[in-house]
Design a protein around this ligand. Sequence first.
Ligand SMILES: Nc1nc2c(ncn2[C@@H]2O[C@@H]3COP(=O)(O)O[C@H]3[C@H]2O)c(=O)[nH]1
Ligand SMILES: [Zn+2]
Length: 294
Amino acid sequence: NWQWEEAEMLVLLQVMYMDLDFLTAFHIELEVLQNFLFEVYCHYNNIPFHNFQHCFCVTQMMYGLIWLTDLRNKLGRIDLFVMLTSALCHDLDHPGYNNVYQINAQTDLALRYNDISPLENHHCAVAFGILSKSCSIAHCVHGETVCILATDMARHNEILNKFKVLQPVFDFTNKEHKEVLMKIMVKVSDISNEARPMAVAEPWLDCLLQEFFNQSDTEKLKGLPVTPFMDRDKVSKPSSQTSFIRFVLLPLFSELTKLFPCLEQHILEPVRRALKYYSDMERASKAEEGTTKP
Ligand SMILES: Nc1nc2c(ncn2[C@@H]2O[C@@H]3COP(=O)(O)O[C@H]3[C@H]2O)c(=O)[nH]1
Ligand SMILES: [Zn+2]
């Protein structure tokens, strides 16, 4: 992904919408789609991680997953449209400071949304604003809200557990089952950097840590509680990744792979390789620490 210019990413997003037949199915004029995509681009901030490039990667992953899992023949066109559009809009106007910060710093967003998923509610509100300008794209806004709100990691276990329970009896025609799968697909796409080749994934980790450290530095400056996994004095690249992969990525990705075994090589294997890479790095840095200590 690092090779694409912003204008190229906009064209690629357009191709994804065209390729999934959304323009014909929903009578969307090409110019309306282009204006919509440009508005989305304008509403992402220039911050280290939650920027337009992240939005592009998440949408691209969703597009890839839809093809790999043959969801075109399992879900309705509108469901696919909701998933791709949710991926596109899921971090709109992200300020670079997470929900915990919003709540502790009592920001306008936290006050507006009563401390309940302030960021995700804001991403939805900004998405509404953009979607309402182009009504031929504003399909099933309810579905998009549900999927975007599901990206709050505070709800991770709730959503994963729901999916686990449905897994053995999963039915693509059941509305409730479908909704949980759509949430899982958006969540998987959102945190899928480690499923990409290492040369792509590692710079993303640098960007994420830059945003994390920026938040914890601000928390220290303002005397707010310091978010431990963002503290530059406590986390390193390998420590951050080994626990994230073990406790978040592998459990989530394995569950989706049970429903779609073909995903094993695409999302599980690269993540296992990444775990080995960062575990080796962690061991090496511990060994080095051991030899340099007086
Ligand atoms: N440590 C770690 N956290 C990640 C990674 N990818 C996503 N996340 C976290 O997962 C979260 C998903 O929702 P957010 O975008 O709020 O913030 C994201 C990060 O906090 C990763 O590769 N490593
Ligand atoms: Zn995201």
